[in-house]
Design a binder for this molecule. Structure first.
Ligand code: F0G
Length: 471
């Protein structure tokens, strides 16, 4: 076949596909077919997103009804909280979908957390109730499915621990080899154990997450490798479905605010994309304000946000070219210990479009908010608690009103990091010095809502007396 014929053939294939991969850089805007195994724009190096040809056949009401009916079906595609929304996903039928029945996570009321924040009500969408205990599973389901579609041999990622656990599990389901790059000594024991058990090759790298991410970008050139970090736009496609599930749980009443933690910025990008697509299909009539919360010691995007003149960004149309990374990110919320988030532009665009904010919270604020979420009987890992800490600050600053409808997205399960929890309640939590010369003092964190275990004599009277004292 001649070159022109091949090109024509390729574009005909593309026309039949459910969407394209598009460079988000407005000066470039290049498009590529869905089967092209690329992670950044080959022309300009920009970030890619998937532009789906969305059609709500039969109209928005019919699509809502179809999704609701699937929630009662036993077809595996419908049991999954990702594939139930398959109209919105860039895959052709029959889809070789890889699932662990992700999604379907609860939306809880958190009365104590609400009071703590100064709100009348607060709801918590617990993505930590996914099969591997974090929100990563929704995106991994689509990313590993795409790895199967393109015939990849080995799926790889850099991770602070949750992406790797999820990748290892889904690759295991698909029978693919997996390898994960983790910053040595900076991943919680629980997360590391998951990757080992699911059969991944665990590479402990001397360096931080950003160093692992740089290595991944180099490895992506190898034809045997499939990169499943959230720079891969197929990850975002799965993760955006949480917006659809959330709207169903809210009976299609758009919340005023949705607040998420920020690390590598895939989650905020995905939620923003999900809501934007619902708006385009007229399934919702406005966007919730999307706000992102980072940990103070790993907050490059919050720092950039502070310097922006919001009038000049034109609702996310004009974005800054660069973001200064944090060279040595520091936080006990290891999940979000990231200094150079790869999806920062897409996330910033989503926040600006919606009218939300990007702010940072301190280690003490994270720790106390986490204990408050625990008191509601919910629990989460430290990175997730940035949301409640951030909401408290945004209420105090007047960005969120007490009577507004607010959702915090919790991203990871409490048992991902039990050491942190235990140290907080025993009053032994602290951020290590981390000074390059080792001389900076360590910063203790006060267990303001401490609940340390008590040594009680082994008899009924002693137990009852202890209970009485604590009443
Ligand atoms: N919360 C948890 C529990 C996480 O594990 C992460 C990211 C985030 C929030 C931030 O989400 O990166 O999409 O902005 N963890 C990644 C990982 C980086 O490797 O597990 P993000």
């Amino acid at each position: 076949m001649g070159k022109t014929a091949r090109a024509a053939d390729k574009s005909a294939d593309r026309g039949a596909e459910k969407g394209v991969q598009r460079c988000i850089d407005s000066a470039c805007g290049a498009t590529y077919g869905l089967r092209e195994r690329i992670y950044v724009c080959p022309r300009c190096g920009g970030t890619l997103e998937i532009d789906c040809h969305l059609v709500a056949s039969g109209g928005a009401t019919a699509l809502r009804k179809r999704w609701a009916a699937r929630a009662a079906s036993r077809d595996p595609r419908d049991v999954s909280g990702v594939w139930r929304y398959r109209e919105m996903l860039p895959f052709d039928e029959p889809i070789p979908f890889v699932t662990l029945f992700e999604g379907n996570t609860p939306l809880y009321h958190g009365p104590r957390s609400a009071r703590y924040c100064g709100l009348d009500d607060l709801r918590l969408k617990h993505q930590g109730c996914n099969p591997t205990g974090s929100f990563k599973d929704t995106g991994m389901s689509t990313a590993i499915t795409q790895a199967v579609v393109v015939g990849a041999r080995t799926a790889v990622c850099a991770s602070t621990g949750n992406t790797s656990a999820s990748l290892a599990a889904y690759a295991g389901r698909a029978g693919l080899q997996s390898a994960v790059l983790l910053p040595r000594g900076q991943t919680t024991a629980g997360k590391l154990a998951q990757s080992l058990d699911y059969g991944a090759l665990v590479c402990e790298i001397d360096g931080n997450f950003d160093d692992c991410m740089r290595l991944i970008q180099e490895l992506g050139d190898d034809p045997s490798i499939y990169v499943a970090n959230s720079i891969n736009p197929f990850r975002i496609e799965g993760q955006k479905t949480v917006a659809f599930e959330l709207m169903e749980q809210c009976l299609w009443q758009v919340p005023d605010h949705v607040v998420v933690p920020g690390g590598n910025m895939g989650n905020s990008t995905a939620l923003g994309k999900g809501f934007q697509e619902l708006l385009e299909l007229r399934m919702i009539d406005r966007l919730p304000k999307l706000s992102v919360i980072q940990a103070e010691g790993a907050a490059p995007l919050a720092r950039l946000f502070e310097t922006l003149d919001l009038r000049q960004t034109a609702g996310g149309e004009h974005l800054p070219e660069t973001m200064a990374p944090v060279k040595n990110p520091r936080t006990l919320a290891t999940a979000i210990k990231i200094g150079a988030p790869v999806s920062w532009k897409k996330a910033l665009r989503a926040v600006l479009r919606s009218g939300g904010k990007i702010i940072a919270v301190s280690e003490q604020e994270i720790a106390d908010a986490k204990a408050m979420i625990g008191r509601d009987g919910i629990g989460c890992e430290p990175g997730s608690a940035t949301t409640v800490a951030g909401i408290k600050k945004l209420v105090a600053a007047g960005h969120i009103r007490a009577d507004e409808n607010v959702i915090a997205v919790l991203t990871g399960h409490m048992l991902k990091d039990p050491d942190y929890v235990s140290q907080y309640h025993r009053g032994t939590l602290g951020l290590d010095s981390g000074g390059t010369d080792g001389s900076a003092p360590s910063r203790p964190i006060d267990g303001a809502f401490q609940n340390s275990p008590e040594r009680v004599a082994a008899n009924k009277a002693a137990i009852l007396a202890t209970l009485e004292r604590r009443r």
